[in-house]
Design a protein around this ligand. Structure first.
Ligand code: PHE
Length: 460
């Protein structure tokens, strides 16, 4: 149980938005849109944000707020009368299969995501390093060469991944994550303004209208049957649901903060960021002749354009610095969630849990880090190991984990307690939404997730 409360509602919003914002919006969104045919995928994604992501996000925040805990102790408390007035026991229960499944799914999702998230964060670190060297030396910065060097050298990728994980371990081990999350929250508005400015630059380039057509025109013929599962997975990833992390955030909010309003605002903000990133990357992709798809897309497009603009190296430096901070904020949140869950489930010290989780991420992270080197031959169709990893975790594991957490919220938190959270603002339109939210969480969200998973198996 934590006694921490955000000092202001704004501080909570900024920190929660800061942790939702990350590589998912800036690195992953453009390449899955490019790989899945553009506009139609974007519209499906936006729809899924509102019908799947937002209800789940509200559910996780609500669970955290009413229990005042992170996910594992929250689940243990669910039979307690404070949360459920009709529960039979007054004591928190000791768990059971539900607690066990949800906590292990949350921990596994955190470790598997963090281990490849760290590889990409390492790429960002590499670009930051080359940009800084470029600024102080005479050779300047060559974006294409920087990417080639990275793809060519396995040891470099392992080194960068480990460096990133050690930075994350420092923040979590020293328990600096809370201050850091607040601090990241403060740079979020600045980063947003920077992205909007870059988007307006990119949209003024020749060919931007073709790029916009690709990005926003819904040509549904481009969708495949497995698109539903892919969008749902990405929505969970980008809104950080299915990890139990938003449960922790919910436990920090003040009693007067409305969870449905918070969920709505975070989802809108996160989608807006992704849309602006698309408006930067796609015009650039259309101008550059490079056939850019898959994970390197962002690194192939953005730096080369910025380099051509006046003061491009500085702009690149700001872009990658902000991107790194966003990735670091998300990684710290993921590591903290894994550590807190492990600590609570196994009753071990914070230090021990941190060491174990970092060690685990380092070992597991070797596989995606070596995906262009030693494991270069591991392929499944067109996909390399990094893409297979990304797809297994994001398109499969996260939706399953989100499904389990959602069912716990709907069925184990008492209805009157749930309803109360929709009455906090005393605004009748928010209060009326309760019925719809409950219906969505009971039928629509699980139905769509299960359909998405089945379609990925049977209709590829
Ligand atoms: N939502 C983050 C992103 O878009 C990823 C993340 C997932 C961060 C889960 C924390 C927890 O990059």
């Amino acid at each position: 149980m934590t006694s921490l409360r955000w000092s202001t509602r704004l501080a909570f919003y900024l920190a929660a938005m800061g942790s939702a914002l990350g590589l998912g919006n800036i690195w992953r969104f453009p390449f899955i849109v490019a790989d899945n045919g553009g506009g139609a995928f974007v519209w499906l994604y936006l729809l899924m944000v509102f019908v799947v992501g937002m209800p789940l996000l509200i559910g996780e925040l609500l669970l955290g707020k009413v229990t005042g805990s992170a996910i594992v102790p929250a689940l243990k408390k669910l039979d307690h009368r404070e949360v459920n007035p009709y529960a039979l026991t007054e004591e928190p229960n000791r768990g059971g299969i539900r607690v066990w499944a949800a906590s292990y799914l949350a921990i596994t999702s955190c470790v598997l995501v963090l281990s490849y998230y760290s590889v990409i964060s390492g790429w960002v670190l590499h670009f930051l390093f080359r940009l800084t060297v470029g600024l102080v030396s005479e050779r300047g910065f060559d974006p294409e060469e920087s990417l080639l060097v990275l793809m060519d050298k396995s040891w470099l990728q392992v080194l960068l991944t480990s460096a990133h994980l050690f930075i994350v371990a420092y923040f979590v081990g020293q328990r600096l994550h809370e201050g850091f999350e607040r601090w990241i929250g403060k740079i979020v508005p600045l980063y947003f303004v920077f992205l909007v400015l870059l988007a307006s630059q990119a949209l003024s380039m020749q060919g931007a209208s073709d790029a916009l057509r690709f990005f926003l025109y819904p040509n549904f013929a481009n969708l495949t049957w497995d698109s539903l599962g892919k969008t749902i997975g990405h929505v969970c990833f980008t809104l950080s649901v299915g990890f139990g992390m938003m449960v922790t955030f919910g436990s920090y909010v003040k009693d007067t903060t409305s969870v449905p309003v918070a969920g709505f605002r975070i989802a809108i903000f996160d989608s807006l960021v992704s849309l602006f990133v698309g408006m930067i990357v796609f015009p650039l992709m259309y101008v550059s002749s490079a056939q850019a798809y898959g994970p390197p897309l962002l690194f192939q497009t953005v730096p080369s354009l910025l380099v051509k603009m006046g003061g491009g190296e500085w702009l690149n430096l700001i872009f990658f610095l902000c991107l790194y901070l966003a990735a670091l904020g998300a990684s710290v949140g993921l590591m903290e969630t894994a550590v807190a869950n492990w600590r609570e489930s196994k009753h071990v010290s914070h230090n021990k849990a941190t060491k174990l989780m970092v060690g685990l991420c380092l070992v597991v992270g070797l596989f995606p880090a070596l995906s262009t080197g030693v494991f270069g031959h591991v392929r499944f169709g067109d996909l390399g190991l990094l893409e297979i990893w990304d797809s297994l975790v994001v398109h499969w594991l996260l939706p399953v984990s989100a499904l389990v957490i959602s069912q716990v919220v709907v069925h184990k938190v008492d209805k009157s307690v749930q309803k109360q959270e929709f009455d906090v603002t005393q605004n009748s339109s928010v209060a009326r939404l309760y019925r719809h939210w409950r219906w969505m969480m009971t039928y629509l969200v699980p139905g769509l997730i299960i359909c998405g998973l089945l379609l990925q198996v049977f209709a590829r």
